[in-house]
Design a protein around this ligand. Structure first.
Ligand code: ZN
Length: 771
């Protein structure tokens, strides 16, 4: 029974990769040193997995930025604008594609980034043109296999499959569909596979999570073509085809007809598919099944009884040799190691006992295999019993249940999720109260979290900086930010979020029902990591959470300061969520807590309140048929959080992603007075959805990309806004960046915002000339 892991976190236990990359980008670390840092992490990961007894240890799951970008570079899908950088070496080119390039008189934009399926991980979107060509450009896959081999560790290279790679990309010009590129792409895949076979690889894991979505006949044919030919092109290799995050669904029959050696099933997201497969007449007589029973997306200890039931069902029908025990998906989405959590005041022993992180999940995989093979073994039986006891303790724990919260959710009525007046009328009232100019300017909330800010927070945490000194420090920063925003002439100000570590953690820390880790980091994009809270019990708000800082900021200025909250769906989506009740139930509990905060802010005189929901879209189920149910409860939760205010209070929401077409009616149903969205990387294309829908409320399409340090010019932003005005009536438009500025430095932030305010002024003038 092979023990199979699909991928391991690559950031390092102590976020070594983040630290090294950021130093490298800042010019404080040499390329060699960065490369070594990567090497060390890979080696450590391989060793950890080997020691845990994993048989199929992944390689090429490491990445300096993103695995899709790695694949784009590997197959030479390098957009033309980077041509001149090829001579600068692979890494320089690679990071330029990820982050843009503004050096040596060059000014090249980064590639787009978007969410990886329904996770909070972002990948770089491959770009394709009609006469796209491919070549084997980078040898990373084979290099990393050889690197491990040299250390005495035989690995299973992980490659993103061609269907997923193409379908996750984007056509940059009209006249073709990216799946048509398959024929040109395949030779590159053949040469990779051949090289791997020559290097001695036995197993290759080909990731095709696109199989968790609805696919067209053409797309399924492309899959058949590729997998049908592998046996001819690289007959020595065993192929493990991996789909995760949902069922194979309608793609199952096609998949079962493919001549691959093993099929991976995510049995956490789709437990029912095991029966479908075992019952299928098309199940070939030697196909191995990799049973993804250990949850790669959540932090709960595995329920051994449940997993063993799956395993024995498969084993009984297929025999032991045809069953692998696996993580449900790559452990990229799990924090590294629970054993780093040694601070009981942070994470109590009671809760810790319910959890498993990546490293513990490896042990679970191994234990499950052993338990299934040696059920009579005394030591193993004791471990099984421990597991059962810990689950029983969790179910019965008094930490979890709060009757008052359950009752309040049960009592929610229709009128609680509706503003009292429709938008058109609200707009009139709000215009009177707020008195804003045309093209009002604002930002999305956070200002740079400089090393100074982070250092002060850390010192305060460690007790090296007293609460009152820390408080003074934050007041100073907030006051400076307010003054500076006034100076450059922004219309709606923000307090800057200096007191916040993270937009979810900050709230979770103040809510009941949430627990926190110290080292539970998960990669979000590039070097950016998040530390999702753990929602273990019923959620409530013992005290106001943002009131003091918002009031303080407002007290410093005559201009409106926007209150800044994270919405219930985003808090849910970016947390590790309890698995003992439906997500919707947890979401409503959070919504009520946020609702109380919104009402408190309003009572304190705050007239504009933004409730960020950047995660609504990524919460969408992967299959269309499941969307309606999700959108119903998710949008209702947002409305529950925001509908408790007067007509004159302006509710904003913010979302940072790049597709609205298919959910625009739900976005409209949220009924936020103003929505700010990411738009600049797509050159305002996203607005088409709003235009077509005749979206009635106000919109702030982001006019510059905050993911890159590049400073946009005033003209560039005027251009973008002019484009926006072609599709959105000007009295609906706001001017703002794509997202919060916390990852940027002050220098570029200041320059960019001055240019942005300038752009709004240019536009006001332009429009008044016409009128
Ligand atoms: Zn955003």
């Amino acid at each position: 029974m092979l023990k199979n892991n699909l991928g391991y976190p690559r950031i390092g236990d102590r976020r070594e990769l983040k630290k090294a990359s950021e130093l490298f980008w800042a010019g404080k670390l040499s390329l060699d040193e960065l490369v070594t840092a990567g090497k060390n992490i890979r080696l450590q990961n391989w060793k950890t997995q080997k020691e845990a007894g994993i048989d199929l240890i992944p390689s090429n799951d490491f990445s300096f930025y993103d695995q899709v970008l790695d694949m784009a570079l590997t197959v030479g899908a390098i957009p033309d604008r980077y041509e001149s950088l090829k001579s600068k070496g692979e890494m320089e080119l690679y990071f330029a594609m990820a982050r843009g390039y503004q050096k040596d008189g060059l000014d090249i934009t980064a590639m787009e980034m978007t969410k990886w399926f329904d996770t909070n991980y972002h990948y770089i979107v491959p770009e394709f043109v009609k006469n796209q060509s491919f070549e084997l450009y980078s040898t990373k896959i084979v290099d990393e296999f050889n690197e491990a081999k040299l250390q005495g560790i035989e690995t299973k290279p992980v490659i993103i499959g061609p269907a997923t790679f193409l379908l996750l990309g984007k056509e940059k010009e009209a006249g073709f569909h990216r799946i048509d590129l398959l024929k040109k792409l395949l030779p590159v895949y053949w040469s990779i596979l051949k090289q791997l076979a020559d290097a001695g690889a036995k197993w290759v894991q080909i990731d095709e999570p696109i199989l968790a979505t609805d696919l067209s006949g053409i797309e399924l044919n492309a899959i058949k073509e590729f997998y049908g030919k592998i046996a001819l092109e690289a007959p020595e290799l065993n192929i493990l085809l991996a789909n995760y995050f949902d069922c194979y669904g309608n793609n199952l029959e096609t998949v079962l007809s493919l001549p691959v050696q093993a099929l991976h099933l995510d049995l956490v997201r789709c437990p029912s598919q095991l029966q479908d497969i075992l019952g299928s007449l098309n199940l070939s007589s030697d196909l191995k099944l990799s049973l993804g029973v250990v949850d790669g997306r959540n932090i709960w200890k595995n329920d051994f009884d449940k997993s063993l039931e799956f395993i024995s069902r498969a084993k009984n029908q297929l025999g032991e040799e045809r069953v692998m025990i696996a993580s449900s998906c790559s452990l990229l989405h799990s924090p590294c190691d629970l054993e780093l959590e040694q601070n009981e005041s942070k994470l109590s022993a009671e809760i810790k006992d319910w959890l498993a992180f990546a490293r513990q999940k490896l042990e679970e995989i191994a234990l499950l295999a052993h338990l299934s093979q040696n059920p009579e073994d005394k030591v193993l039986q004791a471990k099984l019993q421990d597991n059962q006891t810990s689950h029983a303790r969790r179910q019965a724990s008094t930490l979890i249940h709060n009757q008052a919260v359950k009752q309040r959710v049960a009592d929610v009525s229709k009128s609680d999720i509706q503003r009292g007046l429709d938008f058109k009328q609200r707009k009139v009232v709000q215009q009177e109260t707020l008195n804003l100019p045309h093209f009002p300017t604002t930002t999305i909330g956070s200002f740079p979290q400089t090393s100074e800010v982070r250092k002060a927070r850390l010192q305060n945490k460690k007790g090296e900086l007293s609460n009152s000194d820390y408080h003074d420090f934050l007041e100073r920063h907030t006051a400076l930010a307010i003054r500076w925003q006034e100076e450059i002439g922004l219309d709606v100000l923000v307090h800057g979020e200096f007191e916040r570590n993270d937009m979810v953690e900050y709230f979770g820390e103040q809510l009941d029902g949430f627990a926190f880790t110290q080292f539970g980091w998960v990669q979000s994009y590039g070097s950016r990591c998040v530390k999702p809270p753990i929602i273990y019990g019923d959620v409530s708000r013992p005290n106001p959470m943002t009131l003091e800082w918002t009031k303080y900021a407002q007290s410093l200025t005559e201009k409106h300061v926007k209150g800044m909250l994270t919405g219930p769906v985003t808090i849910l989506q970016w947390s590790f969520v309890r698995n003992d009740q439906p997500r919707s139930a947890t979401c409503n509990q959070i919504a009520l807590a946020i609702r109380d905060e919104v009402i408190d802010l309003e009572a304190a005189g705050i007239k504009i309140i933004q409730v960020d929901e950047p995660a609504i879209r990524e919460g969408l189920p992967l299959r269309r048929a499941d969307w309606i149910d999700y959108l119903d409860w998710a949008i209702d939760a947002f409305k529950l959080a925001t509908s408790g205010v007067e007509h004159s209070t302006q509710i904003h929401t913010h979302m940072c992603y790049s597709e609205f077409n298919d959910i625009i009616d739900s976005i409209a149903r949220m009924d936020a007075d103003v929505i700010t969205i990411e738009c600049s990387r797509s050159q305002m294309e996203l607005l088409d959805a709003f235009a077509e829908f005749n979206y009635p409320n106000e919109i702030g399409p982001g006019v510059y990309d905050i993911h890159s340090p590049r400073v946009p010019s005033r003209e560039e932003m005027v251009d973008l806004l002019t484009k926006a005005m072609k599709v959105i009536p000007e009295d609906q438009l706001w001017v703002n960046p794509d997202c919060g500025l916390k990852t940027r430095g002050w220098e570029e932030t200041k320059q960019a915002l001055i240019e942005m305010v300038g752009a709004a002024h240019d536009l006001r003038e332009k429009v008044s000339v016409y009128q």
